[in-house]
Every structure is written in C-alpha cells, then in structure tokens.
Design a protein around this ligand. Structure first.
Ligand code: GLV
Ligand code: MG
Length: 349
C-alpha cells in the first residue's frame, strides 16, 4: 500500500507536483469535436467563445483510419487556437487499443502546456488510472511542464461501476467521472440501443382495479440511469472530484436531452457532454442554477446568520442542513457568475 505521505509526490523526477484540490472551473458542457475533420477544427476558435470545455475526441466516433489525423489535427488546433477561458480536454483511445500510447506521448509532449484534462475511456479499476498516472508524469517531466495535467475517467463498464470508489481515489490527478451510457449499456448487456435518456419500456404499473378489471392501469416510466448516476455522484464527492453526465445521442430531441441533463444536475452533476452545438445552450441553461433558487438561497443564508438554530421563512423550516444546501447553490452560482456578467445580474451579485 502507498503511504499517504507519498500521495502528493510527483511520480517521476522532474514532473510537476500533484494538485491537492481539484480547481473548480466552469465545465457545464464538455463539447466534443473531431480534430480529424478540418471543417470542424476550423470552428473551434468560435466554439471556444461559448463553451466551458472543448474536447478533442480521439476515441469512439473516430474511424480507425482517421486516428492519426485526429491526433495530429488536435496538436495543430491546440497550437493555433486562442481558447480564452475555455478549457481544452482530450479523450484518448482506450488503454487496450493500438493508439493510446502514441496519443499520450504525442499530446503530452507537444501540447501538454495547453491540455487541462485527459479523459480516459473504459476505465475498469484503479490499475488503469495508475498506469496513465505514471506515464503522464514521465511525459510531463520530459516536456518540462509546470502544472500537472488532470485525469477524467468514463464510467462505462460493469467492472468500472463495481470499482467506482477506487477509481475516484486512485490519484490526486483525478478530476472527475462521466457516465458513458452507451458503452455501459453494452457492457451490462442492457437491452437498449439508445445513447442515454429514458426508455418507454422501463416502467412500473399500478395493480388492476378490483372493481373494474378492464380499467386502464396507469404506469410511470422509470429512470434507467438513476442507480449509476447516484452511485457515481457519491463516489466523486467522497473523493473531492466532479461528476458529469455523458452523451445524449438523440440530437433532435432537445426536450428529452434537457430532462436528462436536469436530472443529472439535480442529482449533483456539474455538467454533461454536448455532441452538437444545440446541446451547448441546453447544458449552459440547465447546469447554471435557476435564478429563483439562488435568490431564495441567498435569502435563507442572510436570515440564518451563523447557520445555527432554526427559523421559518415563508412557512418553510430552515436549519443548519438547509443553510448548507443553500450554500451549495450560492457557491456554484458565484463561481459561474465570476465569468458571466449575465449570470451576475440574474443572481444579483
Ligand atoms: C460514451 O463514451 C458512452 O459510451 O456512452
Ligand atoms: Mg463510450
């Protein structure tokens, strides 16, 4: 077992010191782009003005014969684009693929100073994070980087879910987790071909009416992802890292996308992936706390003074716990408003 004292020592001589806290930066949407597509890459500068995170995707959705173009395209885009306050992330290929070693070597040594986070797909346990952790440290040392690149794991295999706590705790580099509903459905042998969202067949139905056996029996659709999302949020928060919902594949169904994103927000996620520009605005709206909630939370905090005791506000009981709930809301609002004058005005800061 590793001594806790060693946990914050670099894993390679000359690598930067690991962070002790994951810095909170807005990441309401992680917008995916294909760096092998020159037309898409040319739009990255404009997208950076409206996205919290842009992610150069090298993994699934990039065909095998485009993998090298995607990697080289990302190196070029990273060097040539002014990202402003937008973060640059990448999703590398999976650890069992023939591409990942070159992905890591090339990206960390060529554009490591521009990359904030490396997303690692199909992580199954702490051993996967340990492998990337040491390799990235060696490459950071080679590239003489001054700040560590953080790691983000996709939760998208049954084994990964079984090991979610150890994945979160595997390295001080761990920034967060995303739920990957497509790969996870396949890995679990779930019988859905959708990418995230609900399924009309997953429901509970009321008993027959004994007085009228022919009466229609009401049913309510349930959430296929509730268990995993809730488990992921707990594992992340227990380890001081950030949870995200992943992709919503039905681009045309903006309403269901908004519902899926809002469920994730309410359960504790800080953002979601966006696969199309239309999902960028949905994520910005949903993952910014509603103004009415923030104003209410400010009112409770002001009324509660040092937070102890109990008071009634508008007929609702407030105490230490609700004070903390309100602090979560206002704290997030403040951090997002710091970079957004519209939110500053809406929240009355
Ligand atoms: C994302 O990578 C997914 O598999 O859903
Ligand atoms: Mg996947």
């Amino acid at each position: 077992m590793r001594s806790p004292k060693d946990f914050f020592k670099p894993l390679a001589i000359g690598a930067p010191e690991p962070v002790r806290e994951i810095p909170f930066r807005p990441s309401r949407m992680i917008h995916f782009f294909d760096p092998s597509n020159a037309k898409m890459a040319a739009k990255v500068g404009d997208l950076a003005k409206k996205c919290d995170v842009l992610l150069g995707n090298l993994e699934d959705a990039i065909a095998a014969d485009r993998k090298v173009e995607a990697r080289e395209g990302l190196v070029k885009v990273a060097r040539e684009t002014d990202f402003g306050s937008c973060q640059l992330w990448t999703r590398v290929n999976s650890l069992d693929s023939p591409w990942v070693l070159d992905d890591l070597v090339r990206l960390v040594t060529e554009i490591g100073d521009r990359l904030d986070v490396i997303m690692v797909p199909k992580v199954e346990g702490a051993q996967d994070i340990h492998y990337v952790d040491r390799l990235v440290a060696q490459l950071e040392a080679r590239a003489k980087l001054e700040r560590p690149i953080l790691l983000h794991a996709i939760l998208e295999t049954a084994t990964g879910v079984a090991n979610v706590e150890e994945i979160c705790a595997a390295s001080p580099r761990m920034q967060g987790l995303s739920l990957g509903p497509a790969d996870l459905a396949a890995s679990r042998r779930m019988k859905t071909t959708r990418v995230g969202g609900g399924h009309p067949g997953y429901l509970v139905r009321a008993d027959p009416d004994p007085a009228d056996e022919k009466a229609p029996r009401p049913s309510a659709q349930q959430d296929l992802w509730h268990y995993t999302l809730a488990r992921m949020v707990d594992a992340c928060n227990a380890n001081g890292i950030l949870p995200y919902y992943g992709p919503f594949g039905d681009i045309a169904d903006t309403l269901a996308c908004e519902d899926q994103f809002r469920n994730a927000f309410l359960l504790g996620c800080v953002g979601a992936w966006s696969l199309h520009p239309v999902q960028v605005d949905i994520a910005r709206k949903v993952f910014s706390p509603p103004a009415a909630e923030v104003l209410w939370a400010k009112k409770v905090i002001a009324a509660m003074g040092d937070g102890t005791g109990a008071v009634m506000i508008d007929g609702k009981m407030q105490d230490d716990a609700t004070f903390k709930q309100c602090q979560v809301m206002v704290d997030l609002a403040r951090r997002l408003a710091a970079a957004d004058p519209e939110l500053t005005a809406a929240y009355g800061f």
